[in-house]
Every structure is written in C-alpha cells, then in structure tokens.
Design a protein around this ligand. Structure first.
Ligand SMILES: NC(=O)c1ccc[n+]([C@@H]2O[C@H](COP(=O)([O-])OP(=O)(O)OC[C@H]3O[C@@H](n4cnc5c(N)ncnc54)[C@H](OP(=O)(O)O)[C@@H]3O)[C@@H](O)[C@H]2O)c1
Length: 241
C-alpha cells in the first residue's frame, strides 16, 4: 500500500455496495476518505474503522441528498475537514421502477434530486473550491438506451452522462470529469427482481460483471490524466444490443 498520501476522495453512498468498494480501493491507493452515507450508519462506521486500520484518515459525512440544502453544504463541510480534497466520486443513487404516465411526482423528484441534482451541486462546489482535481460520476450502461421500465431513473442517468461531458469542457484544465457506466454488476436491492442471469445470457460476453471490473475502470480514469469527458461503459457489451 502506498504510504504517500495522494489527496482526499469524497465518495457518496460509500457505506455499502459499489461506493463502498470504491472508497476502500481509493484508501488502498493512498487517498484519505471523506465517506458520505445517508441511512447506512453502521456500514459507514465499520468502513471507517477498516480504513483507519490501514493507517488512512477517514471521516464520515451524513447527508440526505434528496434535500437540496444538505447537498449544498456537503462539499463545503468536506473541504473544511480535508482542504486537500482532490477526488469526488458521485455514486449515491436510487433505482426504482416506474413508467411515464404514472405521474408520481414524489418519485420523479427523488430520482432527480439524488441521481442528478446532487452530483451537479457537488461537482459545481468541487470545481469552485478545488484547484486541481478529478470527478468520477457513476452513470449506467443503459443511459444510451430507451428502456421504459425505470423511466425516471434512466432520464436522470442520461442527464448525468451529458453533464459529465459538458462539465469536462467547462472546468478543464483544472478539473477532469469522467464517468463509469456499470452494466449488470450487483443484484438490485429492495426486493426488485433479479433477472440478470437470464439477461446476461443475451449480451456479447454472456455473463454478469464483477465489482473488480468497475474498480479497474476507476483506477484507469485516475491514472490516465489525458482523459476527460469520457465514460467507460463496463457492461460486457450489453449497451450494444
Ligand atoms: N450495481 C450495479 O450493478 C449498477 C448498475 C448500473 C449502474 N449503477 C450505478 O452505480 C452506482 C452505485 O451502484 P450501487 O448499486 O452500488 O448503489 P445503490 O446500492 O443503489 O445506492 C448507493 C447508495 O446511495 C445512497 N442513497 C440513496 N438515497 C440517498 C439519499 N437520499 N441521500 C444520500 N444517499 C442516498 C445509499 O446510501 P445509504 O445506504 O447510506 O442510505 C446507498 O448506499 C449508482 O449510481 C448506480 O446507479 C450500478
């Protein structure tokens, strides 16, 4: 493990699942971790313990990213605690099935606030306060498709994909903005159907992916400093068909 500190990474939704694995990976790579969570306090605390055991500093930041005021203050709080923050990973999101026409505006607002507005606000604040840094947005391989089963979710990821590219144009050269678009990596939560095995048989690589593949993409984006506005689609070819 590198002993030299490379800076600090704010990772949203980092108490569990992919965000958690990214936070652990970045800690191993030499970053201090500003670990954002919302409800998963125990996961956040045990991750903090594991990162501190590595000899890295890790502080916890609780924020409900569906609430604009909390999204607006989160980055300033992180910057105050870690003036060397230089990486932002926007991973927190919600993923709830719905179709246009149901007009569930509560769900519409929750998707937009958490999946798009929060990364937008955090990136703006990051670019305002950080002199040189890198933003990585978690998009979705399906963001280039037109499936309607998770309509509000998909619209927010389409917006995040385009925001990633436009933000790269606006904030270069000081800030690089890239993304990762996972395909079938982890099973959905909250009792949603897990039909990945069946769907995976129909994609070019005929299998689901592994979180390790996502960490490899994150690492590649971090290391290749001539990349900005790029979103690596890690989906076994799913988005091609
Ligand atoms: N998993 C996959 O295979 C896959 C596929 C395609 C795209 N992605 C994208 O990759 C990213 C990570 O995926 P994942 O499946 O690991 O994530 P996830 O389990 O869907 O969610 C990650 C975290 O988002 C946080 N979150 C939810 N509502 C929040 C709120 N109101 N305020 C603040 N945080 C909130 C939760 O934090 P707490 O638990 O602390 O409340 C949760 O742990 C997401 O952006 C997702 O869209 C994942």
């Amino acid at each position: 493990m590198p002993s030299k500190i490379k800076g600090t990474a704010l990772v949203t939704g980092a108490a569990k699942r992919l965000g958690n694995m990214v936070a652990m990976h970045l800690a191993k790579q030499g970053y201090q971790i500003a670990l954002h969570y919302h409800r998963s306090k125990s996961g956040a605390m045990s991750t903090q313990k594991a990162i501190c055991k590595m000899g890295r500093r890790c502080e916890l930041f609780c924020a409900d990213l569906s609430i604009e005021a909390q999204a607006l203050t989160l980055f300033a709080e992180v910057f105050k605690a870690f003036p060397n923050v230089n990486v932002l990973v926007n991973s927190a999101s919600i993923f709830i099935p719905n179709q246009f026409g149901a007009l569930d505006l509560g769900l519409f607002k929750a998707h937009w606030n958490i999946n798009f507005k929060a990364p937008y606000i955090l990136t703006c604040e990051f670019a305002r306060l950080v002199q040189k840094g890198h933003v990585i947005n978690f998009v979705d391989a399906n963001a280039v498709k037109y499936k309607t089963g998770y309509a509000d979710y998909l619209m927010t990821k389409k917006a995040l994909l385009e925001f990633t590219r436009m933000a790269a144009v606006q904030w270069g050269p000081a800030i690089r903005v890239n993304g990762v678009s996972p395909g079938m990596i982890l099973a959905p939560v909250n009792g949603q159907p897990d039909d990945r095995a069946r769907r995976a048989r129909q994609i070019p690589l005929c299998r689901t992916g592994n979180p390790r593949n996502i960490l490899q993409s994150v690492q590649f984006l971090l290391e290749n400093d001539y990349l900005t506005g790029q979103v690596i689609v890690n989906d076994g070819g799913e988005s091609l068909i």
